[in-house]
Design a protein around this ligand. Structure first.
Ligand SMILES: Nc1nc2c(ncn2[C@@H]2O[C@H](COP(=O)(O)OP(=O)(O)OP(=O)(O)O)[C@@H](O)[C@H]2O)c(=O)[nH]1
Length: 401
């Protein structure tokens, strides 16, 4: 590990300030010989021209960069693996900075460096280790979003993907070690406090640093040693809420940031719950979890709300539908599962987390309770209920409603 090259990955929405941050860090005295990789990996390349322009910009800066720190800029098209492999062969450098284009997902990039690929010819973990995942968040865009009642952005899905930008943005927020809240010059400080409270609720583990024009101390993002794949995967606020239960955070409370977990051991009435999902208040920024839809005892439905986009549909298996032997293994390995186990229905039920600002948890709770089957409905024939959740994974995409 120690003789492999540390890697910092910068992600963030389009225009959040990744390039600005990168250029700032490169001109600072960071004590490294840095190679820079601009990754425009995804099939989704919305904006090749933009990236082209950007690298022209970096090239025009190259003189400065070369002179101060001996950095190398290289642009990547296509296979990131080949590029990073070639890079170690052909260049002398001791740190790799990757700028991951706005639309690309941080998790696959992290996987490349942290885990490598099984069948690939080149294994990047021979030469590299992931040091820090950084996400640059645009404070100005978030502030404007709050102002217009929208939690985050609400752009159309990018061509070639069914994920809208705010879903990717939430991945970037939830899967990182350091959050740079950039463009702080463009939002009033009261709003910055509020944005910060929201970010902390979405991602309690990351270090949060406020910046203007990407002016961050290089030590905040280089050689931090903060990355840990497992921790990063479990660092989302909603996971904490589900696993550890609710804990009050004074700063969050002060700014009206609320998170709330709903648990039930009954099914939802499919239509009532679909209706609620269609009408969720926009104050709810994030919702995530599993639920049981009456008539679909075969499958655990997943809910995933990121900003204005809501998806719900078949996502996983109840332990109750697994073969007996496997069930036993889960029951033994999972503390508390035995107590929750229902003789007839096993682990079927609802476990949902909602994170938002200025919403009434009690009201939300009452709406959800109303969606559960009543005692009378518990005795009905559920197979006659229409099923809005379909058969495809998380098919009910409500973003365009
Ligand atoms: N006012 C203000 N403008 C900023 C700040 N940081 C960056 N900008 C400007 O915002 C624009 C976008 O910045 P970039 O650094 O290119 O953003 P990016 O994230 O690399 O953008 P993409 O590569 O398109 O994803 C540029 O015009 C920057 O000058 C900031 O802190 N405050």
């Amino acid at each position: 590990m120690s003789d492999t090259i540390p890697v910092t990955v910068l992600s963030g929405a389009l225009g959040a300030g990744k390039t600005t941050t990168l250029n700032h860090v490169l001109t600072e005295d960071h004590g490294h010989e840095v190679a820079v990789l601009v990754n425009d990996m995804g099939e989704v390349n919305i904006d090749v021209e933009h990236i082209e322009q950007q690298s022209e910009l970096s090239q025009s800066d190259e003189e400065v960069i070369e002179m101060s720190n001996g950095c190398i800029c290289c642009r990547l098209r296509g296979d990131m693996l080949d590029a990073v492999g070639e890079l170690v062969e052909n260049r002398e450098f001791d740190y790799l900075l990757v700028e991951s284009s706005g639309i690309s997902e941080p998790i696959p990039v992290a996987q490349t460096f942290a885990l490598g690929f099984e069948d690939a010819e080149y294994d990047p973990t021979d030469d590299y280790h992931l040091d820090t995942m950084v996400s640059v968040v645009d404070a100005h865009a978030m502030y404007k979003g709050f102002d217009s009642g929208k939690a985050l952005t609400s752009d159309e899905p990018a061509a070639g993907t069914d994920r809208v930008p705010e879903e990717v943005l939430l991945d970037q927020i939830e899967f990182c070690d350091v959050l740079l809240l950039n463009k702080c010059d463009l939002a009033p400080s009261a709003d910055l406090d509020e944005i910060e409270a929201v970010l902390k609720a979405l991602q309690p583990r990351a270090k949060l640093v406020r910046t203007e024009f990407g002016r961050v101390d290089p030590g905040e993002i280089l050689d931090t040693g903060r990355f840990d794949f497992e921790e990063a995967q479990n660092s989302a606020g909603w996971k904490h809420e589900l696993q550890e239960g609710h804990h009050h955070d004074a700063a969050a409370e002060e700014h009206g940031v609320e998170s709330f977990v709903f648990r039930a051991d009954r099914p939802f009435h499919p239509e009532r719950f679909a209706d609620l999902l269609r009408n969720l208040p926009s104050a709810i920024i994030r919702a995530k979890g599993f639920f049981w839809s009456a008539g679909r005892e075969d499958v655990a439905m997943g809910l995933d709300k990121a900003g204005q986009s809501v998806r719900a549909g078949p996502q996983g298996q109840w332990i109750a539908t697994l073969p007996k032997q496997q069930q036993q293994r889960y029951l033994q390995a999972t503390p508390g599962l035995e107590d929750e186990w229902d003789d007839q229905w096993g682990d079927r039920g609802a476990k949902l987390v909602f994170i938002g600002r200025n919403f009434e948890a009690a009201e939300m709770n009452a709406w959800l309770e109303d969606c559960l089957l009543s005692d009378t409905e518990m005795d009905e024939d559920w197979s006659t209920y229409p099923d809005p959740f379909g058969v495809e994974e998380r098919e009910l995409a409500l973003a365009d409603d």
